[in-house]
Design a protein around this ligand. Structure first.
Ligand code: ZN
Ligand code: ZN
Length: 254
């Protein structure tokens, strides 16, 4: 039986505050590690140099709240390699199409012990028996990839930043997930006219429509009480929790 351990590294946007960091999750599967986004401050919860070993970093899009700490990871890999404590390069997966030279800045960083790989709609990444696929439904302000991780035992979707247009495509991607990690930037009372981010209310509808087992909300306003997001999502879906820095959850085998 395979299990996957998910540690929340960061939950707020667009800036960090107190002990809350910008978005990031560390997934541990067998002896492999997957970093889903790498927002500002999220590296505070990584364990160096151990978490650099067998590390796959996935950046979903070129908004700074999702990759602000990539330079920290890169520089740590460079330093620990030079100290003789890291003998295999970390792997960094980035959206193929650059946005405002952000990709270039990452890939051209010479003080990094890393290899780079492109992400697009056709990318499938296999880590042991875990299959990772990507899709952009075009609803965020820039190209942004949802990430699906599945094996025979479980299916997890991380929406990253996503809007409310093309909702059916989003539901289809999340269909029958054991866990959806969904952004919920807004509450209903914000009265936002934005269609390029979700409300907690929408995240609840998504989980219900997709027939998901469990919903984990993230990507909150730094000043808002997380409890409010929970209450709002619960209007549509009961098995929901809010992501908290340092908290872990485990899916799959015992
Ligand atoms: Zn974004
Ligand atoms: Zn964001």
């Amino acid at each position: 039986m395979s299990k996957i351990k998910i540690t929340t590294l960061g939950t707020v946007s667009p800036y960090l505050k107190g002990d809350k960091n910008c978005p990031g999750f560390l997934l541990e599967y067998h002896d492999k590690k997957i970093l889903l986004d790498c927002g500002n401050g999220s590296t505070r919860h990584l364990s160096f140099p151990n978490d650099l070993k067998n590390l796959h970093v996935i950046i979903t899009h070129y908004h700074k709240d999702h990759f602000g700490d990539i330079g920290v990871v890169q520089y740590a890999s460079y330093v620990y390699h030079n100290l003789g404590l890291l003998d295999e390069k970390i792997k960094i997966f980035l959206p193929k199409k650059d946005f405002k030279f952000n990709k270039k800045a990452i890939v051209y960083n010479e003080e990094s012990y890393s290899n780079y790989f492109d992400i697009d709609e056709n990318t499938t990444l296999n880590i042991d028996d875990l299959e990772i696929s990507f899709e952009d439904n075009g609803s965020h302000t820039i190209e942004s990839y949802m990430v699906k991780l599945q094996n025979k035992e479980f299916k997890i979707v991380y929406t990253s930043d996503i809007g409310t247009t093309n909702f059916n495509q989003l539901v289809e991607f999340c269909k029958n997930s054991n866990l959806i990690i969904c952004e919920s930037s807004f509450l209903k009372r914000h009265n936002s006219s934005s269609t390029t981010h979700m409300r907690a209310y929408d995240a609840g509808i998504l989980a219900k429509s997709a027939g998901a087992e469990r919903l984990l909300l993230t990507h909150f306003w730094p000043e808002e009480e997380k409890e409010l997001y929970l209450e709002e999502a619960k209007q549509n879906f009961q098995n929901v929790e809010v992501a908290e820095e340092g908290k872990q959850l485990i899916l799959g085998g015992i």
